[in-house]
Each structure stands twice: as C-alpha cells, then as structure tokens.
Design a protein around this ligand. Sequence first.
Ligand SMILES: Cc1ncc(COP(=O)(O)O)c(C=O)c1O
Length: 363
Amino acid sequence: MRVMKNSVYNFGAGPACLAGEVLNQIKADIPDWYDGMSVMELSHRLPVFMDLTQMIEQDLRDLLQIPEDFAVLFMHGGARSQFSAVPLNLLNKASNADYLVTGTWSDLAYTEGKKYCQAHCVATSQGNQFTQIPLKEEWTFSEISPYVHYTDNETIHGVEFHEPPNCQGKWLASDMTSNILTKPIQFDNYGVIYASAQKNLGISGITVVIVRKELLGFAHPYTPSILNYEVYQQSQSLFNTPPMFCWYVLGLVLKWTKQQGNCQALAQKCLQKSAMLYEVIDSSDFYTNPVYKPHRSRINIPFRLPNEALETLFIKEANDLGLKQLKGHKALGGCRVSLYNAMPLQGVALLVEFMKAFEKKYG
Ligand SMILES: Cc1ncc(COP(=O)(O)O)c(C=O)c1O
C-alpha cells in the first residue's frame, strides 16, 4: 500500500509512478540504509554498495534472461546520451548507419546520429504523422552499416514494435526506454539495447545499457570516456561517482518486478491493461486513437476527445478524482495514458469507468 495519498493513480509518461512497496522501502531506508547512514552518503567503493550493484545486475539478467555474451552497464545521461553513445561505440570506422524513424524519439536519435556519420533513414512514417510503422516494402538499407537503430516503443506517438524489425544481418540498436521489462526479448539480433530508468526501472538519473561483448573495444578515439562502453565494462560501471540513489532505487524496483512474475507474466498484464483502454476508445465515437491497430503501443496510449475544451475538462475532472497526469505530450495535445508495470489493474479499471461516465455526461 502507498504511504501517501493511496487513492492517487499516476498515469504520467515519465518520470512515472513507483509501486507503493518501493516507496515505503525508500522511506524506511532513507535515514539508515547501512551502518546508520543513508545510501546517498556512502562511498560507492564500499563492499556493501558494490555487492548491491552486482545483485542488481543479476536481477536484471534473471528478469530479461540476458545471455552471458552481453555486458550490462549502468551509465549516466539518460537515453538521449545513448543517441551519441551508440554511433560512437558501434560505428567502428564505418561511415554509415541505418535509422528507422517511427516517432519523435527515433527521429531525435537519427538527428543526433547525423553528427557522427552519414545516418541513413531506412524509412519514416512522418508523412502520416507517425501513426504506424512504415510498410516493410518501403524500407531501404545502406550497404555498409554496422547497426540499425530503432525505438521499440514510441512514448509520445504510442507506436510499438510487437516483434523486432528485420535488420538485414546488421545488429539492432534499440531504444527500449518505455517498454523494457514489459515482454521477453529475443537477444539474437541485438547489438545494444538501452533504456533510461524513469519508467519501468525506477527514477531518472541512471541508464541501463545491454551490449554484446564482441562489440566492445572499437569506440571512436574521441569518444568521451563517460560514453565509452568498454570503459564502463572495465570499471564495472564505477568509472566516476555513480548516481547511487537512482541505482539503489533501480534495485528495489527490480526486486518488486521479480515478485510480479517473469517477462511473460508482465507482458500478459500489459496486454490486459491496454486492452481495457483500447476497448473504451474503440467502442466510442467520443474518444479516438489514430494509431494503426497492429502497431499500437501497450504502454503509452494517446487519445483525443471531440474538442480541446472537453479535453481540458476531462483532465481536470480526472485529476480531481485522483487520476493524475493524463495530459498529452505538448507535440500532440489531447490526452495520454501510460501503463507501466507499477500501474495496477485497479487504476486502469477506475480510469475506464471514469471515461465511460464522462462520455455519457458530455458525449
Ligand atoms: C523512447 C524514449 N527515448 C528517449 C527518451 C529520452 O530519455 P531521457 O530523458 O532519459 O534522455 C525518452 C523519454 O521519455 C523516451 O520515452
């Protein structure tokens, strides 16, 4: 049970809701995590903290079934730092890299990638406002490119890959910031997967990078050490002072996530919660979601009401009922629901009930 206002459900896209159990544990640990001191006050070289980091890596490996030939790194800088780290570490003298553009985040990764190489756009769905993944027949790949970058779940546009894209024998480099730990991952074609923490992994300030070991050691000579995967692997992610509190929260979130089940179970829950939302949207003319159904996200669901005045009222009335942070991203307007692992079924059921009542009243 949540310590504070336990009737509040936070549907924000991130930084997102944390499970009540995690918040309670943080509250208990703040003054005395080890030997009368908070985790924020300790040396990161203390054995007790280093043991914690190893346990966290193991928990992540267990949950995602990460193969041994992948290194797990804990870095700074959020997912956006990876938009630079990926080309700097993986280009390995190649002049081209491939980017699939399916929404704001993959577009930003593509734009950043252009600083380091001739980034080639495999295909883009910008022409139809990022409401679907581009048709496979439209995809073109560059001849020599070590990786294909894509965003597994577009947090703003609500578009998700339900299977990894075909990568033409190149390594996939994937931004899984908003859907990591919501389904099993088949690692076969992946070179690197990264995710910042503030959605399904805890709080902002730490970034998980899962990278194939054979790709380490080829970073561009000018790569800042702070973005160099090999430096992080060799220092066990303790290259400089790490964001200790964020790392510790990540540990709590992973323990909590393990209690919820394995990735198959998490995927099932995700599907169940999003199906409840899509059912309300699709059975009404009042709510609309523009995304092509087979490409809809199970995590982030943007939707519109008939006009902006109704949207403002919807967000206000929901907020008054404890259904928080339903305002859509400023690029799209409207509303957005985010359904990370810490959002309980009960919260979704209440939202669905509210949506039906709101439509009845104003529809
Ligand atoms: C899919 C995706 N990629 C990248 C980012 C940027 O993450 P950060 O702010 O941690 O750099 C976000 C943020 O919401 C995101 O959803």
